[in-house]
Design a protein around this ligand. Structure first.
Ligand code: ADP
Ligand code: MG
Length: 250
């Protein structure tokens, strides 16, 4: 193992975040190893999305530290300073957030070309390969509105991959989908996990978390109440708050 491989890819230490006077994250510490799949579960409003947005530098934190690779995220204040982080971290949202007036191909190629300054031809070749990976070959010229929810979410995942990140953050990516489309999207995430892509997943799909996660973190009211391998967390939870949560969702 190399030296750089011996420390986690992501490390959050005692992160606190308030919106106004309301403290949403009350000292969150977690780490994510290279190539691992980490799931964050917990009740609505417990701070799961906020954790992802802090890791991605989308919102500033009040105290604590967040390191992604070699970047101290909490010190990256300007959009320009965040560009190196954009090379490393991609995020996929519940509501896809595709550009509606751009084709599928343009959705995949815009950021690598405009933000990362990559060669357009190379980016388009890579985008075509990624569309094959998410089983959407042939949809290059479609607009998001012409696709199903499941197809749009797979475009969003391909768009995240087009940045060639070291880690992808998934925020409840199946929550807005009709039930019949959930499995096609989870299938793509499962493929990525098996390929060794580092993934941090906020999800309500407990069976899926149990299947793919190396480690699961349970959050409640801004703290991590319990964490561990899924076999332990789901089968023998120790904290009553986790037991109560699992009783409700399983
Ligand atoms: P989860 O993803 O676990 O449902 P969130 O991280 O989205 O929870 O939100 C945690 C809490 O922080 C919620 O009470 C939410 O209303 C609040 N919150 C999130 N974002 C903001 C914001 N930009 N301004 C004010 N409050 C926010
Ligand atoms: Mg959320």
């Amino acid at each position: 193992m190399t030296l750089s491989g011996s420390r986690p890819l992501i490390e959050m230490r005692d992160v606190r975040k308030s919106f106004g006077t309301y403290e949403v994250l009350k000292g969150i510490s977690l780490s994510v190893n290279d190539g691992s799949v980490v799931c964050i579960i917990g009740p609505s409003g417990s701070g799961k999305s906020t954790v992802l947005r802090c890791i991605n530098g989308l919102i500033p934190i009040n105290s604590g530290t967040i390191r992604v690779g070699d970047f101290a995220v909490e010190t990256l204040k300007s959009d320009k300073a965040l560009i190196p982080l954009r090379h490393q971290v991609s995020m996929v949202f519940q509501q896809y957030n595709l550009f509606p007036h751009r084709t599928v191909m343009q959705n995949l190629t815009m950021a690598p070309i405009q933000v990362l300054g990559e060669d357009p031809r190379k980016v388009r070749d890579r985008a075509a390969a990624l569309l094959a990976k998410v089983r959407l070959t042939g949809k290059e010229n479609a607009y998001p509105g012409e696709l199903s929810g499941g197809q749009q979410q797979r475009v969003a995942i391909a768009r995240a991959l087009a940045m060639e990140p070291r880690v992808i953050l998934f925020d409840e990516v199946t929550a807005a989908l009709d039930p019949e489309m959930v499995s096609e999207v989870l299938g793509v995430v499962r493929d990525l996990a098996r390929d060794g892509m580092t993934c941090v997943l906020v999800t309500h799909e407990m069976r899926f978390a149990e299947e793919v996660a190396d480690e699961v973190f349970f959050t409640d009211r801004g703290v991590i109440v319990e964490h561990g391998p899924p076999a332990t967390l789901f089968k023998s939870p120790s904290d009553p708050r986790l037991k109560d949560f699992l009783d409700k969702v399983l």
